[in-house]
Design a protein around this ligand. Structure first.
Ligand code: SF4
Length: 236
């Protein structure tokens, strides 16, 4: 029988050279699956998450290897049902080798804890690129593409049921769309391996927007994380 993963691998990625301005909300499941295909995985066949991590630690596929201190692969539980994908390591992450451990990461942990999701047990956290871009700039398309085999391996080996895309870079890299995150956040979309994916605000954006009033980014994040809790409960 053909599952979503096999279907994904058998499809062609001709239309993914540039992120499209796609109306995700009106796009069918099969169209979205087609957009998740990554030809970057050709030649990579990681058998375990440990093998992928070891390969990343040695990786020199893009220029970010020149300025990194540590490769930042992941933190959390590789058996969890929830995966959170962010943009890339910042200074603190580069120093420690762990994703989301600076101020934004601490806020993310608090947000998760507010709905009893434990950052060590209940989630697996990683980024689009595993090495820090200089001055914390946004990774360029070539860097995200070069690092894509590792992200694909993480998705396919962890096989999360719920995937949260934190911020515009993760949304563009994974969904291949340019739609503003303010329009996509809080909505579930079909994903490969039978999972579903939801864009959310990046916690660093929340740090710059202190208001908790109804309709503010923090309030919207609170709605989104409650929905994640509901979806997780429905799986259990
Ligand atoms: S960012 Fe990714 S592709 Fe680039 S050197 Fe680091 S691990 Fe390799």
């Amino acid at each position: 029988m053909t599952n979503d993963s096999q279907l994904t691998m058998s499809l062609n990625r001709q239309d993914l050279d540039q992120p499209a301005s796609l109306d995700v909300c009106s796009t069918s499941s099969s169209e979205l699956i087609e957009r998740f295909v990554s030809d970057a995985t050709v030649g990579f066949n990681f058998q375990s998450i440990e093998q992928a991590s070891e390969a990343a630690l040695q990786c020199r596929r893009c220029g970010l290897c020149e300025t990194r201190t540590h490769v930042v692969f992941s933190r959390g539980n590789s058996d969890s049902k929830v995966m959170i994908i962010g943009e890339g390591p910042g200074q603190r992450e580069d120093e420690t080798g762990l994703p989301f451990v600076g101020k934004a990461g601490q806020l993310l942990d608090k947000i998760l804890a507010s709905v009893n999701i434990d950052q060590g047990q209940d989630v697996y956290i990683c980024n689009v690129v595993k090495c820090r871009p200089p001055q914390n700039r946004v990774p360029v398309r070539e860097e995200a593409d070069a690092c894509r085999p590792f992200l694909d391996a993480q998705i396919d080996l962890i096989m999360p049921k719920l995937v949260l895309l934190a911020g515009a870079t993760a949304v563009q890299a994974v969904l291949q769309v340019k739609d503003p995150i303010s329009r996509l956040r809080g909505k579930w979309f079909p994903f490969r391996n039978g999972a579903k994916v939801m864009p959310i605000f990046h916690p660093s954006y929340l740090l710059r927007n202190e208001s908790r009033e109804v309709g503010s980014p923090k309030w919207l994040m609170w709605q989104d994380i409650k929905e994640v809790r509901r979806a997780l409960d429905a799986l259990n």
